[in-house]
Each structure stands twice: as structure tokens, then as C-alpha cells.
Design a protein around this ligand. Structure first.
Ligand SMILES: [Zn+2]
Ligand SMILES: [Zn+2]
Length: 136
């Protein structure tokens, strides 16, 4: 189930901005999965790390903030998750860290609504993945 979180080759700051912009208003891209979008995660991370971070009041600031909120939101633990990410199944998972740090830095104060655990059936995992998930 893991696609890896490495930055895709060829993703530059300007293409990262386009990726983030493509997710504006809750829109999805061709890489979006039901729970997350690794391309959006990579783009938000690259934008934050390679900056410059957009200044308050600009379109870019709005874009990156909404994108970061979406990344954080898709990894936010639900009520029954005991602090673990519903996508990565670990506490304090890697993908949303930069996005969260960015939101904290601009004092966004964004806290996503609690989410339900993902329904395993929707993902139709293979028998092998199922063993991994359940540990049985
Ligand atoms: Zn996407
Ligand atoms: Zn996660």
C-alpha cells in the first residue's frame, strides 16, 4: 500500500505550486487516493522546504495554506485512532510534518475534524496486504 514519500523526479518549485493549485477548493488530481494524495504531500513539502514561503495576503499564501491543511487533515487521527494516523497507521507519521510545521509557523491554528477509521473494504487489499494490516 505504500507508494513511498520521496519527491518525484522533476518536481520543481513551480510544478509543486501547480500541483497545490490543482487541489484548490477540494479538487482532486489523477494521483488522489480516497484518503490522501502523495503528490500533493510531496508538492507541499517541497514548497515549504525549498520556499520562499509566500507572504501573508498573497494568492500563494492562500494556496499553500489550504494545501497544507489538506495534507494535515488527511493524516489526522480520528476519534478511535488513539493518536495514530488513519492512513499510515502510526503515531506521528512522516508525510504531514512539514505541512503541520508550516501551519504552526504562520499561526494558522488549523485543527481538522476527527475522522472515522478507513473502511478496509473500500481499498480491497490483497490477502498479503490484509496480513500486513492485521498483523495476522
Ligand atoms: Zn491529488
Ligand atoms: Zn499519516
Amino acid at each position: 500500500m505504500s507508494r513511498g514519500d520521496d519527491t518525484p523526479p522533476g518536481l520543481t518549485l513551480s510544478s509543486a505550486r501547480k500541483v497545490v493549485a490543482a487541489h484548490r477548493n477540494g479538487a482532486n488530481c489523477w494521483h488522489c487516493e480516497p484518503r490522501r494524495c502523495w503528490l500533493l504531500e510531496s508538492a507541499v513539502r517541497l514548497w515549504i522546504l525549498d520556499g520562499p514561503l509566500p507572504v501573508a495576503g498573497t494568492v500563494d499564501r492562500e494556496l499553500l495554506t489550504v494545501g497544507a491543511q489538506r495534507v494535515v487533515g488527511s493524516h489526522w487521527p480520528g476519534p478511535g485512532d488513539v493518536g495514530e494516523c488513519p492512513v499510515c497507521w502510526v503515531v506521528d507519521c512522516e508525510p504531514p510534518r512539514e505541512a503541520y510545521a508550516y501551519l504552526a509557523a504562520i499561526r494558522d491554528g488549523y485543527v481538522p475534524a476527527p475522522k472515522e477509521r478507513p473502511v478496509v473494504d473500500v481499498l480491497t487489499p490483497t490477502a498479503e496486504e490484509l496480513r500486513e494490516i492485521t498483523g495476522m
